[in-house]
Write a protein that binds this ligand. Sequence first.
Ligand SMILES: *Cc1c(COP(=O)(O)O)cnc(C)c1O
Length: 400
Amino acid sequence: MSYQPDENGFYGEFGGAYIPEILYKCVEELREVYLPIIQSPEFKKEYHALLQDYAGRPSPLYYARRMSEKYGCRLYLKREDCNHTGAHKINNAIGQILLARKMGKTRVIAETGAGQHGVATATVCALMDMECEVFMGKTDMERQHTNVERMRMLGAKVTPVTTGNMTLSDACSAAIRDWCCHPSDTYYLVGSTMGPHPFPDLVARLQSVISEELKWQLQEKVGRDYPDCLIACIGGGSNAAGTIYHYMDDERVKIVLAEAGGHGIDSGYTAATIHRGKVGILHGSKMLVMQTPDGQIEEAFSISAGLDYPGVGPMHCHMARSGRTKVLAVNDDEAIRAGYELTRMEGIIPAIESAHAVAALGKLQFRPDDVVVLTVSGRGDKDVETYIRNKEMAKEYGNF
Ligand SMILES: *Cc1c(COP(=O)(O)O)cnc(C)c1O
Protein backbone atom coordinates (compact mmCIF):
# COMPACT_ATOMS: atom_id res chain seq x y z
CA MET A 1 0.00 0.00 0.00
CA SER A 2 1.37 3.37 -0.93
CA TYR A 3 0.47 6.74 0.48
CA GLN A 4 1.61 8.70 -2.56
CA PRO A 5 -0.95 10.84 -4.39
CA ASP A 6 -2.46 9.76 -7.72
CA GLU A 7 -1.85 11.83 -10.85
CA ASN A 8 -4.63 14.25 -9.91
CA GLY A 9 -3.18 14.78 -6.48
CA PHE A 10 -5.62 12.64 -4.53
CA TYR A 11 -4.58 10.76 -1.42
CA GLY A 12 -7.57 8.45 -1.13
CA GLU A 13 -10.52 10.81 -1.07
CA PHE A 14 -8.42 13.81 0.02
CA GLY A 15 -6.42 16.37 -1.96
CA GLY A 16 -6.97 17.41 -5.57
CA ALA A 17 -6.91 20.96 -6.89
CA TYR A 18 -10.05 23.00 -6.30
CA ILE A 19 -9.07 26.31 -7.79
CA PRO A 20 -10.70 29.25 -9.53
CA GLU A 21 -10.53 29.30 -13.32
CA ILE A 22 -7.99 32.13 -13.34
CA LEU A 23 -5.39 30.02 -11.49
CA TYR A 24 -5.85 26.96 -13.70
CA LYS A 25 -3.02 27.86 -16.07
CA CYS A 26 -0.37 28.54 -13.44
CA VAL A 27 -1.26 25.56 -11.24
CA GLU A 28 -1.23 23.35 -14.33
CA GLU A 29 2.15 24.78 -15.36
CA LEU A 30 3.53 24.01 -11.90
CA ARG A 31 2.10 20.50 -12.01
CA GLU A 32 3.80 19.84 -15.33
CA VAL A 33 7.24 21.08 -14.35
CA TYR A 34 7.71 20.37 -10.65
CA LEU A 35 8.81 16.75 -10.85
CA PRO A 36 11.13 17.08 -13.88
CA ILE A 37 12.76 20.10 -12.21
CA ILE A 38 13.18 18.83 -8.65
CA GLN A 39 14.37 15.43 -9.88
CA SER A 40 16.98 16.91 -12.24
CA PRO A 41 20.63 16.45 -11.23
CA GLU A 42 21.21 20.20 -11.59
CA PHE A 43 18.42 21.08 -9.14
CA LYS A 44 19.46 18.39 -6.68
CA LYS A 45 23.03 19.63 -6.67
CA GLU A 46 22.05 23.23 -5.97
CA TYR A 47 19.39 22.27 -3.43
CA HIS A 48 21.68 19.99 -1.43
CA ALA A 49 24.56 22.48 -1.54
CA LEU A 50 22.33 25.19 -0.06
CA LEU A 51 20.87 22.80 2.53
CA GLN A 52 24.38 21.98 3.66
CA ASP A 53 26.26 25.26 3.46
CA TYR A 54 23.42 27.72 4.02
CA ALA A 55 20.82 25.96 6.17
CA GLY A 56 23.35 23.90 8.14
CA ARG A 57 22.23 20.38 7.26
CA PRO A 58 22.36 17.56 8.05
CA SER A 59 20.51 18.44 11.23
CA PRO A 60 21.85 16.45 14.20
CA LEU A 61 20.22 13.27 15.46
CA TYR A 62 20.75 13.58 19.18
CA TYR A 63 20.44 10.80 21.77
CA ALA A 64 18.45 12.33 24.63
CA ARG A 65 19.84 10.40 27.59
CA ARG A 66 17.81 11.81 30.47
CA MET A 67 14.52 11.79 28.58
CA SER A 68 15.24 8.22 27.44
CA GLU A 69 15.56 7.15 31.06
CA LYS A 70 12.36 8.93 32.00
CA TYR A 71 10.25 7.41 29.21
CA GLY A 72 11.87 3.97 29.16
CA CYS A 73 13.02 3.91 25.55
CA ARG A 74 15.95 4.98 23.38
CA LEU A 75 14.89 8.50 22.43
CA TYR A 76 16.58 10.37 19.60
CA LEU A 77 15.75 13.97 18.73
CA LYS A 78 15.89 15.08 15.09
CA ARG A 79 17.10 18.63 15.55
CA GLU A 80 15.33 20.79 12.94
CA ASP A 81 15.61 23.56 15.52
CA CYS A 82 19.30 23.81 14.59
CA ASN A 83 18.56 24.94 11.03
CA HIS A 84 19.12 28.48 9.79
CA THR A 85 16.04 30.61 10.68
CA GLY A 86 15.16 28.17 13.45
CA ALA A 87 12.87 25.51 12.01
CA HIS A 88 12.29 22.97 9.25
CA LYS A 89 10.60 25.64 7.10
CA ILE A 90 13.87 26.61 5.41
CA ASN A 91 14.15 23.18 3.69
CA ASN A 92 10.97 23.86 1.76
CA ALA A 93 11.71 27.54 1.12
CA ILE A 94 15.11 26.77 -0.42
CA GLY A 95 13.62 24.13 -2.70
CA GLN A 96 10.72 26.27 -3.86
CA ILE A 97 12.79 29.40 -4.49
CA LEU A 98 15.04 27.36 -6.79
CA LEU A 99 11.93 26.06 -8.54
CA ALA A 100 10.48 29.59 -8.87
CA ARG A 101 13.71 30.81 -10.42
CA LYS A 102 13.80 27.92 -12.88
CA MET A 103 10.21 28.77 -13.85
CA GLY A 104 11.25 32.35 -14.59
CA LYS A 105 9.10 33.95 -11.90
CA THR A 106 10.15 37.36 -10.62
CA ARG A 107 7.90 37.88 -7.61
CA VAL A 108 7.24 35.63 -4.62
CA ILE A 109 4.29 35.68 -2.26
CA ALA A 110 3.68 33.63 0.89
CA GLU A 111 1.27 33.26 3.77
CA THR A 112 2.44 33.01 7.34
CA GLY A 113 0.95 32.32 10.76
CA ALA A 114 3.59 32.46 13.47
CA GLY A 115 5.90 34.13 10.99
CA GLN A 116 8.33 31.22 10.65
CA HIS A 117 7.40 30.48 7.05
CA GLY A 118 7.35 34.21 6.27
CA VAL A 119 10.86 34.57 7.67
CA ALA A 120 12.10 31.52 5.74
CA THR A 121 10.58 32.90 2.52
CA ALA A 122 11.93 36.42 3.09
CA THR A 123 15.33 34.85 3.77
CA VAL A 124 15.54 32.90 0.51
CA CYS A 125 14.18 35.91 -1.42
CA ALA A 126 16.99 38.05 -0.02
CA LEU A 127 19.42 35.30 -0.98
CA MET A 128 18.09 35.11 -4.55
CA ASP A 129 17.33 38.84 -4.93
CA MET A 130 13.61 38.29 -5.54
CA GLU A 131 10.71 40.60 -4.69
CA CYS A 132 8.79 39.22 -1.72
CA GLU A 133 5.39 39.93 -0.18
CA VAL A 134 4.14 38.06 2.86
CA PHE A 135 0.50 38.00 3.94
CA MET A 136 -0.03 37.78 7.67
CA GLY A 137 -3.13 38.11 9.82
CA LYS A 138 -3.18 41.32 11.81
CA THR A 139 -3.71 39.34 15.05
CA ASP A 140 -0.63 37.23 14.29
CA MET A 141 1.40 40.35 13.44
CA GLU A 142 0.72 41.58 16.95
CA ARG A 143 1.41 38.18 18.58
CA GLN A 144 4.65 37.61 16.63
CA HIS A 145 6.06 41.07 16.26
CA THR A 146 9.73 40.07 16.18
CA ASN A 147 9.17 37.88 13.14
CA VAL A 148 7.45 40.79 11.39
CA GLU A 149 10.56 42.91 12.01
CA ARG A 150 12.81 40.09 10.80
CA MET A 151 10.87 39.84 7.52
CA ARG A 152 11.03 43.61 7.01
CA MET A 153 14.74 43.65 7.77
CA LEU A 154 15.17 40.93 5.12
CA GLY A 155 13.48 43.22 2.60
CA ALA A 156 10.02 41.65 2.41
CA LYS A 157 6.79 43.59 2.35
CA VAL A 158 4.52 42.33 5.13
CA THR A 159 0.86 42.91 4.34
CA PRO A 160 -1.59 42.79 7.24
CA VAL A 161 -4.73 40.74 6.61
CA THR A 162 -7.80 42.14 8.32
CA THR A 163 -10.49 39.74 7.15
CA GLY A 164 -11.98 36.94 9.29
CA ASN A 165 -10.12 36.18 12.51
CA MET A 166 -7.01 37.81 11.08
CA THR A 167 -4.90 34.65 11.52
CA LEU A 168 -3.24 32.00 9.33
CA SER A 169 -6.32 30.79 7.49
CA ASP A 170 -7.16 34.36 6.43
CA ALA A 171 -3.56 34.94 5.37
CA CYS A 172 -3.78 31.88 3.07
CA SER A 173 -6.95 33.25 1.50
CA ALA A 174 -5.30 36.64 0.97
CA ALA A 175 -2.25 35.05 -0.67
CA ILE A 176 -4.48 33.05 -3.02
CA ARG A 177 -6.41 36.23 -3.90
CA ASP A 178 -3.17 38.04 -4.70
CA TRP A 179 -2.04 35.11 -6.84
CA CYS A 180 -5.30 35.35 -8.83
CA CYS A 181 -4.41 38.97 -9.66
CA HIS A 182 -0.81 38.19 -10.73
CA PRO A 183 -0.85 34.62 -12.03
CA SER A 184 1.91 34.93 -14.61
CA ASP A 185 4.87 36.62 -12.87
CA THR A 186 4.19 35.52 -9.28
CA TYR A 187 5.22 32.32 -7.54
CA TYR A 188 3.14 31.34 -4.50
CA LEU A 189 5.58 29.74 -2.05
CA VAL A 190 3.23 27.58 0.04
CA GLY A 191 4.54 26.85 3.53
CA SER A 192 3.10 23.43 4.35
CA THR A 193 1.69 20.24 2.83
CA MET A 194 -1.53 21.99 1.90
CA GLY A 195 -3.07 23.93 -0.94
CA PRO A 196 -4.03 22.59 -4.36
CA HIS A 197 -2.08 19.74 -5.98
CA PRO A 198 0.89 19.70 -6.57
CA PHE A 199 1.79 21.73 -3.44
CA PRO A 200 1.21 19.00 -0.83
CA ASP A 201 3.41 16.58 -2.79
CA LEU A 202 6.01 19.23 -3.62
CA VAL A 203 6.39 20.30 0.01
CA ALA A 204 6.45 16.70 1.28
CA ARG A 205 9.24 15.86 -1.18
CA LEU A 206 11.28 18.93 -0.23
CA GLN A 207 10.92 18.12 3.48
CA SER A 208 11.69 14.43 2.91
CA VAL A 209 15.36 15.29 3.39
CA ILE A 210 14.57 14.84 7.11
CA SER A 211 13.85 11.11 6.83
CA GLU A 212 16.50 10.68 4.15
CA GLU A 213 19.05 11.76 6.76
CA LEU A 214 17.39 9.66 9.47
CA LYS A 215 18.13 6.51 7.47
CA TRP A 216 21.90 6.87 7.56
CA GLN A 217 22.00 8.58 10.93
CA LEU A 218 20.10 5.68 12.53
CA GLN A 219 22.27 3.15 10.72
CA GLU A 220 25.30 4.86 12.21
CA LYS A 221 23.91 5.23 15.72
CA VAL A 222 21.76 2.14 16.30
CA GLY A 223 22.89 -0.24 13.56
CA ARG A 224 19.64 -0.30 11.57
CA ASP A 225 18.15 2.31 9.30
CA TYR A 226 14.65 2.48 10.79
CA PRO A 227 13.21 3.37 14.18
CA ASP A 228 10.39 1.59 16.01
CA CYS A 229 8.45 4.80 16.39
CA LEU A 230 8.40 8.25 14.83
CA ILE A 231 6.81 11.23 16.57
CA ALA A 232 6.15 14.70 15.13
CA CYS A 233 3.76 17.59 15.64
CA ILE A 234 1.27 18.42 12.95
CA GLY A 235 -0.18 21.73 11.80
CA GLY A 236 -0.46 21.70 8.01
CA GLY A 237 1.75 18.62 8.14
CA SER A 238 5.10 19.47 6.56
CA ASN A 239 7.60 18.55 9.30
CA ALA A 240 5.57 15.38 9.95
CA ALA A 241 5.57 14.56 6.22
CA GLY A 242 9.35 15.02 6.04
CA THR A 243 9.88 12.88 9.14
CA ILE A 244 7.80 9.94 7.90
CA TYR A 245 8.33 10.21 4.13
CA HIS A 246 10.77 7.34 3.67
CA TYR A 247 8.99 5.16 6.25
CA MET A 248 5.36 5.51 5.17
CA ASP A 249 5.20 2.04 3.65
CA ASP A 250 7.42 0.42 6.29
CA GLU A 251 5.00 -1.22 8.70
CA ARG A 252 7.78 -1.88 11.22
CA VAL A 253 7.69 1.83 11.97
CA LYS A 254 4.89 3.13 14.14
CA ILE A 255 3.91 6.75 13.42
CA VAL A 256 2.48 9.04 16.08
CA LEU A 257 1.46 12.63 15.30
CA ALA A 258 0.51 15.31 17.80
CA GLU A 259 -2.08 17.89 16.81
CA ALA A 260 -3.04 20.92 18.86
CA GLY A 261 -5.87 20.23 21.27
CA GLY A 262 -5.97 23.85 22.48
CA HIS A 263 -8.13 23.94 25.61
CA GLY A 264 -9.39 20.40 24.81
CA ILE A 265 -10.97 18.83 21.74
CA ASP A 266 -14.52 19.37 23.04
CA SER A 267 -13.95 22.85 24.46
CA GLY A 268 -14.74 24.86 21.36
CA TYR A 269 -11.16 26.20 21.56
CA THR A 270 -9.14 23.67 19.62
CA ALA A 271 -7.09 23.10 16.47
CA ALA A 272 -7.39 19.30 16.60
CA THR A 273 -8.49 19.02 12.99
CA ILE A 274 -8.09 15.27 12.57
CA HIS A 275 -10.19 14.66 15.68
CA ARG A 276 -12.80 17.32 15.00
CA GLY A 277 -12.75 17.92 11.24
CA LYS A 278 -15.23 16.85 8.59
CA VAL A 279 -14.49 16.45 4.89
CA GLY A 280 -14.53 19.82 3.19
CA ILE A 281 -12.64 22.01 0.78
CA LEU A 282 -10.31 24.71 2.02
CA HIS A 283 -7.56 26.60 0.22
CA GLY A 284 -7.79 24.49 -2.92
CA SER A 285 -7.78 21.04 -1.37
CA LYS A 286 -10.24 18.47 -0.04
CA MET A 287 -9.30 17.70 3.51
CA LEU A 288 -10.57 17.46 7.06
CA VAL A 289 -11.77 20.91 8.06
CA MET A 290 -13.24 22.15 11.30
CA GLN A 291 -16.61 23.50 10.27
CA THR A 292 -20.09 24.27 11.49
CA PRO A 293 -22.95 21.93 10.48
CA ASP A 294 -23.71 24.24 7.53
CA GLY A 295 -20.11 24.25 6.35
CA GLN A 296 -18.76 27.55 7.66
CA ILE A 297 -15.09 27.33 8.65
CA GLU A 298 -14.65 27.29 12.42
CA GLU A 299 -11.90 29.32 14.01
CA ALA A 300 -8.96 27.21 15.13
CA PHE A 301 -7.49 27.80 18.55
CA SER A 302 -4.06 26.84 19.88
CA ILE A 303 -1.50 28.45 22.12
CA SER A 304 0.90 27.87 19.25
CA ALA A 305 0.37 30.15 16.25
CA GLY A 306 2.05 27.59 13.96
CA LEU A 307 -0.60 24.93 14.64
CA ASP A 308 -3.52 27.34 14.61
CA TYR A 309 -5.15 26.23 11.35
CA PRO A 310 -8.64 24.75 10.83
CA GLY A 311 -7.45 22.23 8.21
CA VAL A 312 -4.68 19.66 7.77
CA GLY A 313 -2.88 18.47 4.65
CA PRO A 314 -4.57 15.75 2.55
CA MET A 315 -1.78 13.20 2.91
CA HIS A 316 -2.23 13.20 6.68
CA CYS A 317 -6.04 13.05 6.43
CA HIS A 318 -5.68 9.93 4.32
CA MET A 319 -3.03 8.27 6.50
CA ALA A 320 -4.95 8.98 9.70
CA ARG A 321 -8.25 7.76 8.26
CA SER A 322 -6.65 4.57 6.97
CA GLY A 323 -5.14 3.87 10.39
CA ARG A 324 -1.48 4.19 9.32
CA THR A 325 -0.83 7.03 11.73
CA LYS A 326 -1.97 7.46 15.29
CA VAL A 327 -2.98 11.06 15.96
CA LEU A 328 -3.05 12.40 19.51
CA ALA A 329 -4.50 15.72 20.58
CA VAL A 330 -2.18 17.56 22.95
CA ASN A 331 -3.63 20.44 24.93
CA ASP A 332 -1.98 23.82 25.54
CA ASP A 333 -1.03 23.07 29.16
CA GLU A 334 0.45 19.68 28.26
CA ALA A 335 2.54 21.31 25.51
CA ILE A 336 3.81 24.07 27.81
CA ARG A 337 4.77 21.51 30.47
CA ALA A 338 6.56 19.36 27.88
CA GLY A 339 8.41 22.43 26.58
CA TYR A 340 9.71 23.14 30.08
CA GLU A 341 10.57 19.48 30.55
CA LEU A 342 12.74 19.30 27.43
CA THR A 343 14.35 22.59 28.39
CA ARG A 344 15.28 21.42 31.90
CA MET A 345 16.18 17.81 31.06
CA GLU A 346 18.11 18.28 27.82
CA GLY A 347 18.85 22.00 27.62
CA ILE A 348 16.79 22.46 24.47
CA ILE A 349 14.03 25.10 24.39
CA PRO A 350 11.63 23.80 21.72
CA ALA A 351 9.11 25.79 19.69
CA ILE A 352 5.69 25.37 21.32
CA GLU A 353 4.65 23.53 18.15
CA SER A 354 7.42 20.98 18.74
CA ALA A 355 6.55 20.78 22.44
CA HIS A 356 3.26 19.18 21.37
CA ALA A 357 5.29 16.26 19.98
CA VAL A 358 7.30 16.03 23.20
CA ALA A 359 4.06 15.81 25.21
CA ALA A 360 3.04 12.77 23.16
CA LEU A 361 5.82 10.76 24.89
CA GLY A 362 3.84 10.67 28.12
CA LYS A 363 0.79 9.24 26.34
CA LEU A 364 2.62 6.25 24.83
CA GLN A 365 4.00 2.94 26.09
CA PHE A 366 7.47 1.82 25.03
CA ARG A 367 9.68 -1.22 25.46
CA PRO A 368 13.15 -0.37 26.83
CA ASP A 369 14.94 -1.18 23.57
CA ASP A 370 12.49 0.73 21.35
CA VAL A 371 14.22 3.30 19.15
CA VAL A 372 12.03 6.40 19.14
CA VAL A 373 12.76 9.40 16.91
CA LEU A 374 11.03 12.67 17.75
CA THR A 375 11.35 15.65 15.44
CA VAL A 376 12.00 18.95 17.19
CA SER A 377 10.56 21.05 14.36
CA GLY A 378 11.85 24.40 15.62
CA ARG A 379 13.50 26.35 18.38
CA GLY A 380 11.60 28.17 21.08
CA ASP A 381 13.26 31.58 20.97
CA LYS A 382 10.11 33.06 19.43
CA ASP A 383 8.02 31.54 22.22
CA VAL A 384 9.92 32.54 25.35
CA GLU A 385 7.32 35.18 26.28
CA THR A 386 4.50 32.65 25.91
CA TYR A 387 6.35 30.10 28.04
CA ILE A 388 6.93 32.67 30.78
CA ARG A 389 3.38 34.02 30.63
CA ASN A 390 2.04 30.48 31.06
CA LYS A 391 4.54 29.13 33.55
CA GLU A 392 1.72 28.28 35.99
CA MET A 393 0.85 25.47 33.52
CA ALA A 394 4.19 23.89 34.41
CA LYS A 395 4.30 24.49 38.17
CA GLU A 396 7.02 21.92 38.75
CA TYR A 397 9.35 24.00 36.57
CA GLY A 398 7.82 27.46 36.84
CA ASN A 399 9.17 28.49 40.24
CA PHE A 400 11.39 31.32 39.03
C1 LIG B 1 5.21 26.03 11.04
C2 LIG B 1 5.68 25.18 12.12
C3 LIG B 1 5.02 23.97 12.44
C4 LIG B 1 3.74 23.52 11.79
O1 LIG B 1 3.80 23.31 10.43
P1 LIG B 1 3.89 21.89 9.76
O2 LIG B 1 3.71 22.19 8.31
O3 LIG B 1 2.79 21.05 10.32
O4 LIG B 1 5.22 21.32 10.06
C5 LIG B 1 5.56 23.17 13.43
N1 LIG B 1 6.68 23.54 14.09
C6 LIG B 1 7.32 24.69 13.82
C7 LIG B 1 8.53 25.03 14.60
C8 LIG B 1 6.84 25.55 12.84
O5 LIG B 1 7.49 26.69 12.58
